[in-house]
Write a protein that binds this ligand. Structure first.
Ligand SMILES: *[C@@H]1O[C@H](CO)[C@@H](O)[C@H](O)[C@H]1NC(C)=O
Ligand SMILES: *[C@@H]1O[C@H](CO)[C@@H](O)[C@H](O)[C@H]1NC(C)=O
Ligand SMILES: *[C@@H]1O[C@H](CO)[C@@H](O)[C@H](O)[C@H]1NC(C)=O
Length: 515
């Protein structure tokens, strides 16, 4: 448990006071808080709400909550202008069917580039003032859908690739992000700010990115819904990378329905990430993903249970109880639980060092980051070596919390894809084929279901999709999720399963800011 300084405790009291005031005096605040995109679109349509009012509400909540939660690095100075434009368009085009994200404020992880007044820095001062060539592919799609870009979310600096010991939710620019349920609890990362902000109603919906766990983990511990799409389903162009082999951009939201609306808006071919997005476009369903929000989506689904090492509830009585109930609920809803399965070499797959994931990713990161930095229109740093030198020179600025840069250094030490990296990559392929893929096919599973976020390496190394849905709270009040992972392109099934589970359990509650 982190010790909470007294100044912070006083602030907490002030925070609780404020939130009870706003609940008493402004009915507007109640209706916006916890509203889904569908609720908000209905309110727009009935002239009960404008995009400007909605955006102002979130900007106010950011001013109020961000000094403690540190979920956001920057707000977009043009957010209200974009909201006004959406309001004008809605008035002018009464009979045109607008996108479900039209006029909806969206928060972007700070690794996702915007060509506007905002900075894109992965939380590092090294990239402050850098100028990107264009919006990230997913941002271009959000703008075309009429979304309001509300700001940039805090994250684990460099998406967790700075140091083996960097704290979750921390970046030099953003400070220490906090879990809004239990402020001393781990907010996880690396898309921590995105999850914290939606959980605490500082924005309607958000985008995160995942290389290994960075969407599914913060979604799980902040009681949010995260979708980690199949690699290539959403464009990674203009996203500060770790490795194109594993990186993917996906939604973090309060509900499965919201996450599906965001997913629909961001997927598809992008010439700036041509190979991966072309290959994955075969998975895109005609008519989008909303058709899979079926109340009876669990019916007939075959869900695999791999007991070792995922269902170990030693010292976790709340999880043990919750998952016993969830199994019963899933069966009642018509799912078939295929129990006591094994994934070959699972202990190797879960160990970054043994699987080869560490070796591969360290070398790939240097190549991908150097390429990103070279492509910038202007930038204080042009290579990983420059970033490391910047951190050394500005240690006062960057080394808050004594955060070292061990991963950056280890990556700089690599030298392309040599024999060790090739062997590692080949091993990752073998582990996936003989492990997860074989299990899925042999038992004709629709998904493997696990508590929390421990499953993410299995999904990461194969480019597989996953969804995390709120599944309970432990004795301290810290949330935990349930993760459903499937084969590439299985988003339709994962959405049916995730939505079915969410509707059958309705576990999410807004956060209470416990110390
Ligand atoms: C982006 O960074 C510059 C400093 O380089 C700062 O002046 C500006 O306010 C930042 N933009 C936003 C939207 O905070
Ligand atoms: C279960 O977890 C506990 C504590 O987290 C650990 O000590 C134990 O070895 C684990 N048991 C198995 C069978 O993996
Ligand atoms: C992997 O290796 C690093 C560096 O030797 C070490 O610090 C870390 O604990 C190892 N991780 C695992 C999961 O074994």
């Amino acid at each position: 448990m982190v010790n909470i300084p007294i100044r912070f405790r006083l602030f907490l009291r002030y925070l609780c006071l404020l939130s009870s005031l706003s609940l008493v005096f402004t009915s507007q605040a109640i209706s916006i808080r916890e509203a889904s995109i569908s609720d908000l679109q209905l309110a727009f349509k009935q002239n009960r709400l404008t995009s400007r009012q909605l955006t102002k509400f979130y900007l106010g909540e950011i001013r109020r909550l961000n000094p403690v939660l540190r979920a956001i690095i920057e707000v977009n100075p043009d957010a209200l202008n974009q909201a006004d434009r959406a309001d004008r368009e809605r008035k002018a085009e009464k009979h045109v069917l607008l996108s479900s994200l039209h006029g909806i404020p969206v928060l972007l992880k700070d690794s996702i580039a915007t060509k506007d007044k905002q900075n894109t820095t992965a939380g590092s001062f090294a990239l402050l003032g850098s100028v990107v060539a264009r919006d990230a592919g997913v941002v271009a799609r959000l703008r075309r859908a009429g979304a309001v870009i509300l700001g940039k979310a805090n994250l684990n600096e460099w998406s967790g690739f700075r140091s083996l010991t960097q704290p979750n939710g921390w970046s030099a620019r953003g400070g220490q992000g906090r879990n809004p349920y239990v402020l001393s609890a781990d907010p996880c990362g690396s898309s921590g700010g995105s999850a914290i902000a939606v959980a605490a109603n500082m924005v309607a919906v958000s985008l995160g990115t995942e290389t290994d766990g960075s969407i599914l983990c913060p979604a799980s511990v902040n009681s949010a819904v995260g979708i980690k799409p199949t690699v290539g389903l959403s464009s990674r162009a203009g996203v500060i990378p770790i490795t194109p082999r594993q990186d993917t951009v996906g939604p973090i939201c309060r509900t499965v329905s919201d996450a599906v609306d965001v997913l629909d808006a961001i997927v598809g071919y992008d010439p700036n990430d041509a190979k991966a997005t072309r290959e994955a476009s075969k998975y895109l369903p005609q008519g989008g993903y909303r058709q899979f929000l079926k109340v009876h989506g669990l019916h007939g689904k075959r869900l695999g249970i791999v007991r070792h090492p995922f269902f170990n509830f030693t010292n976790k009585p709340s999880q043990a109880l919750a998952f016993t109930k969830h199994f019963a609920t899933l069966r009642q809803a018509g799912a078939v639980l295929v129990d006591n399965l094994k994934i070959k070499n699972i202990d190797v797959i879960l160990n970054f060092n043994l699987s080869g994931e560490g070796t591969a990713v360290l070398a790939e990161f240097k190549i991908a980051l150097d390429a990103y930095l070279e492509e910038l229109v202007s930038s204080p740093v042009r290579s990983l070596a420059d970033v490391i030198a910047f951190n050394q020179k500005n240690s006062k600025l960057e080394m808050t919390n004594q955060v070292d840069q061990s991963i950056l250094l280890a990556s700089e030490f690599t030298n392309g894809i040599g024999s060790a990296e090739k062997a590692a990559l080949s091993n990752l392929g073998k582990l996936t084929r003989e492990g997860f893929e074989k299990l899925m096919m042999r038992y004709e599973l629709d998904a493997v279901m696990t508590p929390g976020f421990d499953f993410t390496p299995v999904l990461a190394i194969g480019g597989f999709p996953g969804i995390s849905v709120p599944a309970g709270y432990d004795t301290e009040g810290v949330p935990f999720g349930i993760c459903f992972g499937g084969l590439q392109g299985s988003e339709p099934k994962l959405i049916e399963i995730g939505y079915g589970f969410e509707q059958a359990t309705k576990i999410r509650e807004p956060p209470s800011f416990r110390p």
